[in-house]
Design a protein around this ligand. Sequence first.
Ligand SMILES: CC(C)(COP(=O)(O)OP(=O)(O)OC[C@H]1O[C@@H](n2cnc3c(N)ncnc32)[C@H](O)[C@@H]1OP(=O)(O)O)[C@@H](O)C(=O)NCCC(=O)NCCS
Length: 310
Amino acid sequence: MNPLLAKADWMNRDDIRPYVFVRPENQIAQPGSVHRNDWFTQSPVFKNPLDVKELAFADRIYSLEERAFGPSNMAMPRWVFYDCAVMPGFVAGFAARPSALSKAAREALDPKKFPASLSPIKSSGVLKEVESLDDMDWIPLSLFIIIPTMHKGEWVAHNLCSVNSLLPKEEQFYGLGFLSKAFGLWYANVEQCSGMTQWGSPALKLHSHYGHLEVIGAYAPVHSHAKTITYRVQVNTQCWEKFFNKEPDLAFLENYGPTGTFIDPKQEVSMLNFQQRIERGEGPFYLSAGEIAQKKLDEQLMIYSLKQQY
Ligand SMILES: CC(C)(COP(=O)(O)OP(=O)(O)OC[C@H]1O[C@@H](n2cnc3c(N)ncnc32)[C@H](O)[C@@H]1OP(=O)(O)O)[C@@H](O)C(=O)NCCC(=O)NCCS
């Protein structure tokens, strides 16, 4: 295993593997051929989301997702997963054998204790319910969804969640959320990735480490959550390393300088002001991953712009 991943030692195990939950027509032709990276050595578990026998796997994803996003009222409706993720896009993450799970993880993923709330399994006369995790071959621990856009080469990151947010610190799989997105970007040869998250979300600590993060929207009243940042990165695996080694990103410091103005995740007006600067064409503007990593979630962040090129 790459020594950078020492803190994510669960990546060494045979009973935890990346999974690809993608309909056959959307399979990637030459996975992992664009980005130079030696992190993902195990072959993925393949599952077809259109196979009825995979309903239990999908329902474990839903159960995880609804607890991650339910509190912010953004749990994914089943039709959204089907119409907007499974049909057009690419769904991946990490999955574990039942025997690989600690007591706390088994409890967090248990189908009896945490059924997927709107699954047809409850009312159907033809579907067979899974009673225990031991009836499953693989159990999803995380979820990452990307959807290709009409803009050639650009994908949208639609959803990211991991079981870590449901586990006590000492039981967590360090880097699970980060590596789920990294695996998906690497496997699907994604060169440009945009995405949306809410200001102050812990996810920004992850999203800022896949390439230098350009803010293309600082306020999104068209979204159900207006306090949403819309970002875009040119995927660059050198930035991924800094998530683990915490070293300064010299290329970022060389190319971008502080504007002297901040975005404050506690102040809606600061988002609107930033958005208006973007709309006036004063950008492009960037955020520093190193700074986001060091700061608390609600602290203000410096806005960066390109340094003058000579
Ligand atoms: C956000 C989320 C995807 C992160 O995944 P994860 O598996 O928990 O995180 P990872 O193990 O990959 O990353 C660990 C790093 O993130 C930081 N982190 C994770 N959750 C955090 C939180 N709630 N507050 C502050 N930092 C957090 C850790 O401190 C750690 O940083 P460090 O190396 O400096 O210690 C996951 O917590 C989650 O599913 N949350 C709920 C759903 C959500 O908010 N999704 C993102 C919406 S776009």
